[in-house]
Design a binder for this molecule. Structure first.
Ligand code: HEM
Length: 241
């Protein structure tokens, strides 16, 4: 019988990132769904502004946390690094085939870090979160004149004689009509990306959770608790030891 061994896998910053990201994304989705259904919920203009302000504050924490994780991927431990998260590299397709064969035969291979299939979902999730962060930061400026672009947008759309710093959302009488229409055209690709990537993100989150549950059950592992403790326990030698 092979011995049971514990390994340190997820370092502290990676675990903090994961749970802060989880809380922010839950908050962003909840408030985002309320924004999407504002009319059906009977929310007036004041309520819409409040929802957007709350969403944007969640968004700042979310975007900073994501940025920090991208930096940490250069300096964190071996499992936190880009090389361990990105699909590809030498032998990657062979490792996918071996992993899938193991799953199908009921004798799944065990990995310390992300398994080769999980890497695909990690990179897709990261890309979607990044698109949401960038498009969201632009919308914070175009919709409620919040940083980082808010003062530039306000200067763009303020009617002659109106102090851009005093500009309020949902106040068309304070805007220059032509500049406002130009700004809306500029905003369009960002809101479109934010809208469709929202659905794609929700889909990826469902797949991510399903993947974690299946791995936990099939590999009899400790991957859920490892995101709290940082440690994984294995009987036998993991592939990437
Ligand atoms: C996982 C991350 C995020 C998700 C799932 C998300 C989700 C959503 C959803 C569903 C909407 C409603 C879309 C619509 O009305 O068409 C929305 C709107 C908005 N989001 Fe996000 N969001 C995220 C990140 C962010 C970030 C980081 C910011 C800014 C810091 C942000 C700022 C905004 C703003 C200003 C709106 C209002 C746009 C509008 O509907 O007029 N979002 N978001």
């Amino acid at each position: 019988m092979s011995e049971i061994k514990q390994y340190d896998v997820w370092d502290g910053p990676t675990r903090w990132f994961h749970w802060i990201n989880f809380l922010c994304v839950v908050g962003l989705i909840a408030v985002g769904v309320a924004i999407l259904n504002g009319k059906a919920l009977g929310v007036d203009d004041g309520g819409k502004i409040l929802l957007k302000v709350v969403h944007v504050w969640f968004g700042y924490v979310f975007a900073l946390n994501l940025l920090w994780r991208m930096v940490w991927a250069f300096i964190g431990n071996r499992h936190a690094r880009w090389a361990a998260m990105m699909p590809g590299g030498r032998g990657y397709w062979r490792s996918i085939r071996a992993y899938v064969a193991g799953l199908c035969s009921g004798r799944p291979q065990q990995y310390l870090g992300h398994n080769p299939l999980a890497r695909i979902s990690v990179v897709l999730l990261f890309a979607l979160l990044l698109i949401q962060a960038v498009s969201g930061l632009v919308l914070a400026g175009t919709d409620i004149f919040y940083p980082p672009l808010g003062s530039w947008i306000a200067g763009w759309v303020a009617a002659p004689g109106v102090d851009p710093a005093s500009l309020q959302p949902y106040s068309p009488h304070l805007y220059d009509e032509a500049a406002w229409q130009e700004m809306r055209a500029f905003r369009k690709p960002f809101i479109t990306a934010h809208y469709y990537c929202f659905y794609a993100t929700v889909l990826m989150i469902v797949l991510h959770i399903a993947g974690v549950v299946v791995t936990e059950l099939k590999e009899g592992g400790t991957i859920v608790s490892a995101m709290f403790t940082g440690r994984k326990t294995f009987r036998g030698k993991p592939v990437d030891e």
